[in-house]
Ligand binder design. Sequence first.
Ligand code: FE2
Ligand code: FE2
Length: 187
Amino acid sequence: MALSLTRQDAVDILTRQHAQIRRGFYRAALPGPGRRRAFERLMRLLAVHEAAEEAHVHPVARRVLASGPALAARRRQEEKQAKKLLVALRRTGPGGRGYLRRLNEARRAVLTHAAREEREEFAALRRAVSGRRLRMLGAEVRITQAYAPTRPHRWVNNEAANKLAAPLLGPLDRVLDRAQRAGHRRH
Ligand SMILES: [Fe+2]
Ligand SMILES: [Fe+2]
């Protein structure tokens, strides 16, 4: 992710990631030898994306928008729901039976959620928060994403837990990912 620290604000970064996530679901559905890699990349992107939103963006929306608490609660609920589907999808894996059906279920939940974020939350944040503050928030998002867990941990679903879990779960996830990649190379 080669993003400029100074120019891109949190809304830019997260909206751009929504587009990457959309493409990621498409690629993870394609048959062929690249499917597993596309799937793992999508899982990692989703995990870091949602972790940053939960840690930084929803809390700001909750504080500064008039309808913030209700909005943030709805988004958190959708994220929790999507996370359950993602955990089931990861358990099935790209080689498992029912993979495409689970992938499609997760895709619908994630993309509906992302569209609601853009429409209801990001647009309102742009109006209510200064450009400077949004750029600072963008820097926070990027820092969280550098340390975020790379798997959709079902039990990590709140602001405080994500902030605490990132340094603990992030490196462990990366070790597991590396081990998994090494395992695949051996087969
Ligand atoms: Fe989200
Ligand atoms: Fe999002």
